[in-house]
Structures are given as structure tokens and as C-alpha cells.
Design a protein around this ligand. Structure first.
Ligand SMILES: NC(=O)c1ccc[n+]([C@@H]2O[C@H](COP(=O)([O-])OP(=O)(O)OC[C@H]3O[C@@H](n4cnc5c(N)ncnc54)[C@H](O)[C@@H]3O)[C@@H](O)[C@H]2O)c1
Length: 373
């Protein structure tokens, strides 16, 4: 079996999640490629130390250039947003393929430069967004590709968090514009909300945005306070043209959504059909059908509906670590030319399109009007 060597730059929350996904790669049934995590870079020694327990890791370094000189086949980068452009471009120029983290650059110009450089150098690049790889969402996607929805009435796609409701939560880089970008919560959560709609061809033509900043400062963790200057919540009211008709499509990204832990959801409603899915009930997919009667049908969806078969029982429900591994399988399969008609990771063009939307949303909010995209 072919084995590919993987490097990670940024071993924090997401870097460790990757190590976990690769550590149980054998859970994928008959997958044609094996992955081996061989190199990890993080500027913090205590973060690097965690990776010492992984026997395949032979290079631990604080300098990502050293990792790029090693024989890894591709690199996953999960660092704060202000570092995306520099590190992503260095990865590409080192001749390595890239699984990038969202938002794929701190702003639109950075995303465009990353996309264009990847194209010029002929490198394979995709961006992370894992929720569409949940089995229930895969089933929803297949339904939406072929279903007769009648007249499409509305689309809602969102991602809600609530941990920031607590004003005593200390600041981190994700709450400061200089590190996370002017798009704030849209950069943090927005890619997750656009991936599936964009893949269905639902790209907005204009946007009216409502952005909210609630807490202006937070504890700095050293006894003082620090400015918290990012957008907390963003409601993007957009219009998309489907079958020649304008349809309202709303993207919701919120850090201040009471009671919501990590709730990703999608809803598309037509006169004759529709779907509703939320990670609040991860194995439940609702499908609407109107015939002589109007019926919401509830499906229990287990691992059997995953894009890439796994050893886990077909009736067993999936969670975050499962969809994250499925996303990695999709990245590798597509890089090997083996994806077929399965759902793929966010492309550089889709990542740039997300930034075009978020950039227009910033202008919409500033000018208090809808903006053509
Ligand atoms: N796909 C998802 O669901 C998801 C979830 C959370 C975060 N993210 C994204 O992942 C990325 C990282 O977020 P995180 O939550 O893992 O952050 P984090 O703060 O937990 O980890 C970032 C790591 O990068 C390291 N780092 C900083 N500068 C570096 C450098 N020059 N070289 C090497 N390492 C460096 C830090 O020491 C830290 O360990 C961001 O782009 C974020 O948007 C994605």
C-alpha cells in the first residue's frame, strides 16, 4: 500500500485533532493510501512535547522551514490567520501540497494570492471544512443534488457557538483583529457555512450584512483587560439565483448564541421538498415531501452513509472526529485522483469566493446597504 508522509505546522487544537485522525487511519476500510505523521512544527516547546508520544514523528521543530526541507509529501497548516499567507506560500514554494486551514488567509487579497500561487506552481491545495462529511450531511447533499424541491423558498446555513457569552473568558488570538482578521467571526466559522451551499452551486449575488460586537474587552489572562475588537456575530442575508429565480439565503455565524456549543446546521426548503440537519441531533436528517400530504420524514443516519467506509458499525452515529477523518480521506483521495463523484474539500476558488462574500459583508455593514458580489 502506498504510504504518504505528512507534516503539521501548528500543533494546537487542530494540529492535535489531525494527529488523532491519522492515529486511527486504519478505521478507513480498504482505503488505498496509508498516512504517516512524520514531522511537526510548533513554536511552543510544550505543544511539541505532546507529539513525542507518536512513534512515527521523527522531526519536531520550532522552525517550519526545517519541516519543509524534510521529505513530507504534503503539509497541514493550522496557525493563527495573520500567518496563513506567509506560511502557506512558503509551503507551496517548497514544492509541497497543502491542506490549509480556514479562512485561507486573513483577507480577500491574501486568499487570492494563495490561490494564484498554488495555480502557478501546480500544487494541490484544499481548505478544511469538515461538517459536510458527517454521514447525515452527506445524505442531505445527495438528496439536494437530485431532489425535486419545487420552487426553492429559502436556504439557511449556520454555525453557532456560545462560550463567548461569558465576559470573564480570557482573550485569545481569535478575538483580536490583528491576528484573526477584520472579518472576525466570519473568518472563524464562515467557511463551514458556505462549503455545502457553494458546492451545490448556490453562490450569492448580493449581501446585506448585520454584524455585532458585544464585548469590547476581555481579561488578558495577566490580571488586566485587553481589547476584543472582532465581530462576534454575523448575519449575512444574501440572494442566490436558482433556476432563474432569486432565493433568500442566510449565513449565520455566531460566537454569542445562547446555549449553542458547536452547532452547525443547514436547511433548504422548497414548495415540494426540503431538508433540515443540525449537529444538535447528529444522526437525524429531516426530509420534507409534499404529495397529497405534507410530511417531515425523520431518518436516523449512521456511519453506513459515510463517503468513505469505516470499520465502525453502519448504524453507529458519527461525531466531530469522524467527519474530520472523512475530510482527510477526501483530501487524500482527491490528491490521488481517486475521489470520483464523492464530495470534496473546499477548493481554493471556493475559499476565495467565501472571502469575496465576507469582504462584501464588511462593506455592506459599513455602508448599511446591500452589496453586489
Ligand atoms: N476546521 C476546524 O473545525 C477548525 C477549528 C478550530 C480552528 N481552526 C483553524 O485552525 C487554525 C488554527 O487554529 P487552532 O484552534 O488550532 O489554534 P491554536 O491557537 O490552538 O493553535 C495554533 C498553534 O500554532 C502555533 N504557531 C503559531 N505561530 C507559529 C509558527 N510561526 N510556526 C509554527 N507554529 C506556530 C501556536 O503555537 C499554536 O500551538 C486557524 O486557521 C483556525 O481558524 C479550524
Amino acid at each position: 500500500m502506498k504510504t504518504l508522509k505528512v507534516g503539521i505546522i501548528g500543533g494546537g487544537l487542530m494540529g492535535r485533532e489531525v494527529a488523532s485522525a491519522l492515529g486511527r487511519w486504519f478505521a478507513l476500510l480498504d482505503f488505498p493510501v496509508r498516512l504517516e505523521l512524520t514531522a511537526v512544527c510548533d513554536v511552543q516547546e510544550k505543544v511539541r512535547d505532546w507529539f513525542r508520544q507518536i512513534p512515527t514523528v521523527s522531526l519536531l521543530t520550532g522552525d517550519y522551514h526545517e519541516l519543509l526541507r524534510s521529505d513530507v509529501d504534503f503539509v497541514y497548516v493550522a496557525v493563527p490567520h495573520h500567518l496563513h499567507e506567509t506560511i502557506y506560500l512558503d509551503v507551496l514554494r517548497a514544492g509541497k501540497d497543502l491542506l490549509a486551514e480556514k479562512p485561507f488567509g486573513i483577507d480577500l487579497a491574501a486568499a487570492q494570492r494563495i490561490r494564484d500561487t498554488a495555480q502557478e506552481l501546480g500544487r494541490f491545495v484544499r481548505c478544511s471544512s469538515e461538517f459536510p462529511f458527517l454521514p447525515g450531511v452527506q445524505k442531505a447533499f445527495r438528496y439536494l443534488q437530485t431532489a425535486e424541491l419545487g420552487h426553492l423558498l429559502e436556504i439557511r446555513s449556520g454555525f453557532h457557538h456560545s462560550s463567548d457569552l461569558d465576559p470573564t473568558k480570557p482573550i485569545n488570538w481569535k478575538r483580536q483583529t490583528q491576528f484573526c482578521g477584520k472579518i472576525g467571526v466570519m473568518g472563524d466559522l464562515g467557511m463551514h457555512t458556505v462549503h455545502l451551499p457553494f458546492r451545490l452551486g448556490w453562490k450569492p449575488t448580493r449581501v446585506f450584512a448585520q454584524l455585532q460586537k458585544i464585548y469590547a474587552e476581555r481579561p488578558d489572562g495577566k490580571g488586566g483587560m485587553a481589547p476584543c475588537d472582532t465581530w462576534d456575530n454575523a448575519m449575512l442575508h444574501t440572494e442566490v439565483v436558482v433556476n432563474g429565480a432569486p432565493v433568500p439565503m442566510r449565513f449565520e455565524t455566531k460566537r454569542l448564541a445562547p446555549g449553542e456549543m458547536n452547532t452547525w446546521f443547514i436547511e433548504a426548503l422548497g414548495t415540494d421538498g426540503g431538508v433540515r440537519y443540525s449537529t444538535k441531533e447528529p444522526k437525524t436528517l429531516w426530509v420534507f415531501e409534499r404529495d397529497r400530504e405534507q410530511v417531515w420524514q425523520r431518518y436516523d443516519v449512521g456511519h453506513a452513509a459515510s463517503a468513505f467506509p469505516v470499520v465502525t458499525g453502519g448504524i453507529f452515529e458519527a461525531g466531530f472526529s469522524d467527519c474530520f477523518q472523512q475530510m482527510w480521506a477526501a483530501f487524500v483521495a482527491e490528491r490521488e485522483g481517486l475521489l470520483g463523484d464523492r464530495f470534496g474539500c473546499v477548493t481554493p476558488d471556493e475559499a476565495v469566493a467565501s472571502h469575496e462574500l465576507f469582504d462584501a459583508a464588511l462593506r455592506s455593514h459599513a455602508e448599511q446597504r446591500s452589496i453586489e458580489i
